[in-house]
Ligand binder design. Sequence first.
Ligand SMILES: Cc1cc2nc3c(=O)[nH]c(=O)nc-3n(C[C@H](O)[C@H](O)[C@H](O)COP(=O)(O)OP(=O)(O)OC[C@H]3O[C@@H](n4cnc5c(N)ncnc54)[C@H](O)[C@@H]3O)c2cc1C
Length: 378
Amino acid sequence: MRFEPTELSDAEVALQREVRAFLAEELPRGSFEPGLGMNGAKDPEFSRKLAARGWVGMALPRAYGGGDRSAVERFIVAEELLRWGAPLGHHWVADRQSGPMIHKFGTEAQQRRFLPAICRGELSFSIGMSEPQAGSDLAAVQTRATPVEGGWRVSGTKVWTSGAHYNDWFIVLCRTSDEDDRRDGLSQLLVDLRSDGIEVQPIPFLDGTSHFNQVFLDQVFVPSELLLGRAGAGWQQNASELAYERGGPERWLSTYLVVEQFLRERAGEELDARALELLGTATAQWWGLRQLSLSIARALDGGGAPAVESALVKEMGTRFEQDVLAAVQRLVELEPAAESESLFERLLVAAVLSAPSFTLRGGTNEILRSVAAKGLRT
Ligand SMILES: Cc1cc2nc3c(=O)[nH]c(=O)nc-3n(C[C@H](O)[C@H](O)[C@H](O)COP(=O)(O)OP(=O)(O)OC[C@H]3O[C@@H](n4cnc5c(N)ncnc54)[C@H](O)[C@@H]3O)c2cc1C
């Protein structure tokens, strides 16, 4: 396990300034309800504007509509969007993992079909991994794709599928053959969420909003040309997909805005010793996590595959997101109201209701500790 120290170059700092200026102009504070981290609202219009600046799919090749930019540059844009509470829900998954997956494993035709639309901020994706009997243990996936004339018939149930009720496509991990080793019979398919035979049933979130779903697939026809990568290589490909999901700034910024807004609403007031201690500790931890996360992006640019490092950062980052929230709650000692005039209170409510999910989504902390521990052993 390696984390090389790194700093932003002058050009990277200039990009950071550019994104900040864009957000201040496009989404002035007070003109929209900020979201917490990657729970930011879905706003296709905003995603298209961001894409027009070259900031969606920016690390994908120019030949497919991308920007040939680096993982660090993508990190900078993502960090600024998350800190701002920007409505990134429409393009988030496609930009972070589906686009890179299609580029890494897709055929030329698949890349030409999907990547330019992703880079224009038009096409949205969901993640089709978890099932009722397969979450941490993804090798237990039971959704089955049976070969038929011209493609596959897919049946099964996916669960916790974020955004499936409004997104366009999802990458489905499914069983295409029965092998002695359960991991050998898995494949990934690109599936149109509006295909015949798909039923999407929202699962109400703690606060009553719809965020994730149960997705039922009943004999859904998927043409052969939508097999992603190689039949039987789904397990290894899926591991790459998880690596894209884990080491980024969304894993330590989910509650950042709560703290920032706490300070904004106390501008001019003298903060007591407890508040100062909380802020000092949180800032130091944010900075440490940011350096680790940035070092992962730099390693990716150097051709590395920092899956173990990403697991560790997600484990530490999501625990920190919860700890800092608990510290704020202890400090303010109030029963926040969802309808409050105070944005701080509204963000606090949203954070309290979504915090339990931080250490589950994208892999639970127990699983991540296993990945990190195995990485330390080798
Ligand atoms: C907000 C949110 C959004 C999500 N979005 C998506 C999505 O878009 N697409 C998608 O596919 N999935 C999504 N998920 C699902 C998520 O990835 C799974 O919930 C997660 O992987 C855990 O799986 P599970 O819920 O089946 O729990 P289980 O695997 O049943 O785990 C239950 C408990 O047992 C522990 N455990 C399990 N196995 C082990 C082990 N070997 N060693 C030690 N402890 C263990 C776990 O850590 C956990 O505490 C989302 C989840 C949340 C909360």
